[in-house]
Write a protein that binds this ligand. Structure first.
Ligand code: CA
Ligand code: CA
Length: 104
């Protein structure tokens, strides 16, 4: 995973093995990940995706489709919600985009 400045981080199970992994959101929009090993150490698997149009602090993770793999959502500068689905093959290349109405 890159040494870029960190915006935020969270622990989620990204590979459905029951152990929470580390997801790091960098200020430049890259999202890095480290998998929890059974011996308690972490395996750095690098930067998995880039969400360069994400608003600062508007990237979050959770298993939104219930398959056991943590997914990622972010809001871009136009207020649209993007979902990066993550499964056994890793994150999808093209995030799903949901246009959302501005909150007045
Ligand atoms: Ca895991
Ligand atoms: Ca999922």
């Amino acid at each position: 995973m890159s040494d870029l400045d960190i915006d935020d981080f969270t622990f989620r199970d990204t590979n459905s093995d029951g152990k929470k992994d580390l997801i790091v959101y960098h200020l430049d929009g890259t999202v890095g990940m480290a998998l929890a090993r059974t011996d308690g150490t972490m395996l750095d698997i690098g930067d998995l995706l880039s969400v360069r149009d994400a608003e600062k602090g508007m990237v979050r993770s959770g298993d939104f489709i219930g398959d056991g793999y943590a997914d990622i959502v972010y809001v871009d500068s136009q207020g649209a919600l993007h979902q990066v689905t993550h499964d056994i093959n890793g994150p999808t290349e093209n995030p799903m985009k949901y246009d959302t109405a501005p909150v007045l």
